[in-house]
Ligand binder design. Sequence first.
Ligand code: ZN
Length: 144
Amino acid sequence: MSRNDLSNLYRQVIMDHYKNPKNKGLIEDTRYKTIHLNNPSCGDDIHVQALIEGEALKDIRHQGSGCSICCASASVMSETLKNHTLKEAKNTIKAFSKMLMNEPYGDVNLEEAVVFQGVSQFPARIKCATLSWKAIESLLDEHK
Ligand code: ZN
């Protein structure tokens, strides 16, 4: 597959998540921790919820408005990190942000999140792609 085909495929996956987001909509349940973050430079505004049980990230929900990169990234983030341990999730979040900074991220399996690789070429959009990941990271950090 050529580089161009690959970036078309990645764009397609991003648009699919934007149009049909996974795990969208907040849940009214006090066991869920919720955080609200925004990205004024683009107008992205998002709520992210996490259900943590023991050492496992059992569920992730998100709700918000923003550009296609931000909304699609929240959907991909929820699919990528759900049902992983907190430790795995933290490693994946770090690897995702390194990928966007064009830094090597070792052998971490980013699964579908690799589709955001190309965003690293657009510094103004990096915040869009990482907003929901920063949100879930804060929720994990708060959890002791
Ligand atoms: Zn944005």
